[in-house]
Ligand binder design. Structure first.
Ligand code: BGC
Length: 351
């Protein structure tokens, strides 16, 4: 009995010790896992958060060696309210300026808040992130005038935007549409743009209520223009300046790459929009007004006499001729304060 008593007591003590050991282990492991997960689990971002987070801001995060500061900055960015669709800074019709001696340095001085061709409003988060694509060759003066008038206009609209100049190298026939396809493809390699504005270099908007934002349908922004005495061109006209979302452009496979020289590529895009079961929307003609900077026809951009033939075949070729067949040699990408200059070799017409 005594032996059993001592033995029983010992057993009791062993059980107690075992119980304490198990408890200590559980508390220890729980503590370890809790600490570990708060420290190392990557912050999950929803697709919407990812949408707003640009690769550029990711890069900034990597470069900064002081993590707490980055946390505070990105937090601040996310805390910003969305900018209103109609900014309180709009002025309506603003007299356009075309000073004969204007230089790029003058425009840079006037617009000091742009970096690497990009601008973001400081006080709010823009409705959409907008890439302005300008097909370009030998139009330096037009580009200066456009930048001088357009950049303050976009900033009054509180837009997060970048200016992409897509410059066709060489003297072979110009291809506006293919340059715009390239602009779309290259711009998306840099940032997750929501909206693309295809913009001729010689068209300057007159009224800042003509917002450079995309709509639920492709939008045509040049409703009337001084060159036609502010009369409409034709019902299906879809040239000059147009706004389409990333998705709308992808849906129509972008522009055709086969329009060399002046004309037809914008009509082709209009047909693609219809084939993609979309419609074109337009702002009121009172605000969608433009001044065209007058010029003679460029050498290398003669009227494309093949355009009528090409336009007959849009429904047969639009799925295979466009963004998915756009080939080019990228010669350089240069980030200037006011614009990103993409120079490409696109060769010449095949026949
Ligand atoms: C051309 C278009 C051009 C329009 C207005 C049409 O004949 O095909 O490309 O935008 O005229 O000038």
């Amino acid at each position: 009995m005594r032996i059993t008593g001592i033995f029983g007591n010992l057993l009791c003590q062993i059980r107690l010790l075992l119980f304490i050991a198990v408890c200590v282990t559980i508390v220890g492991w729980t503590n370890f896992y809790m600490k570990d997960s708060t420290r190392y689990t990557p912050k999950y971002r929803t697709p919407v958060e990812n949408f707003w987070k640009s690769p550029l801001s990711e890069k900034k995060t990597e470069e900064n060696s002081q993590p707490p500061l980055v946390e505070q900055t990105s937090q601040k960015e996310e805390d910003l309210k969305i900018c209103p669709i109609l900014s309180p800074n709009l002025q309506g019709v603003v007299p356009l300026m075309f000073p004969p001696n204007l230089t790029l340095a003058d425009v840079e001085k006037k617009i000091p808040m742009m970096r690497n061709g990009h601008y973001q409003p400081e006080t709010c988060r823009s409705q959409q992130r907008v890439a302005i694509l300008i097909p370009y060759r030998n139009r330096e003066r037009h580009l200066l005038y456009l930048l001088d008038n357009l950049l303050p206009f976009l900033q009054r609209q509180l837009l997060d935007y970048a200016i992409y100049i897509i410059h066709q190298a060489g003297n072979d026939t110009f291809n506006r549409a293919q340059l715009l396809n390239i602009g779309y493809l290259e711009a998306l390699k840099e940032e997750n743009w929501d909206c693309f504005i295809f913009h001729d270099v010689d068209l300057v908007p007159e009224n800042d209520y003509n917002t450079y934002l995309c709509d639920s349908e492709p939008k045509h922004l040049v409703v009337v223009c001084n060159a036609t005495n502010y009369n409409s061109v034709y019902k299906e006209y879809f040239g000059g300046v147009t706004a389409m979302t990333r998705k709308q452009i992808a849906k129509v496979n972008g522009y055709s790459n086969n329009y060399w020289g002046w004309g037809g590529e914008d009509d082709d895009l209009y047909y693609r929009v219809q084939l993609g079961n979309m419609t074109v929307v337009r702002p009121a003609r009172e605000v969608a007004r433009y001044t065209m900077i007058s010029h003679t026809r460029d050498v290398g951009n003669e009227k494309n006499e093949k355009r009528w033939e090409l336009l007959k075949n849009v429904s047969k070729v639009w799925k295979t001729d466009g963004l998915n067949s756009c080939t080019y040699e990228l010669l350089s990408i240069e980030h200037n304060p006011l614009y990103i200059n993409i120079t490409v070799d696109i060769g010449k017409p095949h026949n």
